[in-house]
Design a protein around this ligand. Sequence first.
Ligand code: GAR
Length: 187
Amino acid sequence: MKLALFVSGTGSNARTIIDRFQAHPEDGVEVVLLVSNKANAGALLMAAERNVPTLVLKRDGFNNSEALLDDLKHFNVDLIALAGFLWLVPAYLVRAFPNRILNIHPALLPDYGGKGMYGANVHRAVKANGETESGITIHYVNEKYDEGNTVFQAAVRLDPEDTPEKIAERVLRLEHANYWRVIRRLR
Ligand code: GAR
């Protein structure tokens, strides 16, 4: 299975996924492309160091042309995994990859999802509400933020003294442990 990763930032999930599948060819998943919407995303260098081709998106082109489909076709992409990718996925892309685009969200959806709910904002809201658990949701992507069908969830218990940063750390660890496994299952 040929996988494309879409990122906007650090790319620690993308790094974990690339390292896993490069070290385990028997998993049958090859990361063939890393797509970033930011030209200065750390993930671009990380991918280049691992010999994964990279592509930088411009918002206009992404939303208003379907040129990206040619790139995905060129690399024979079977599955797309969003890993900290913050733009809404346009309808043409959802239609071209029905139930073949995954997203990872750092909370237990449907709670703490939707536009603006990403990264630290999520963990601050979880903390502000005094939640006793949080977790991760891996779901298919449709045309609305965080609303596609859930594929996998895992929870982590929170201590009352956990700061939003601590919650982020625990949740990220759960992401790194599980995203590649869920991807491998869809092979
Ligand atoms: C991850 O925690 C991911 O769940 C979150 O951004 C972080 C990216 O970290 N995604 C969202 O909030 C999407 N709504 P990374 O760049 O180190 O993988």
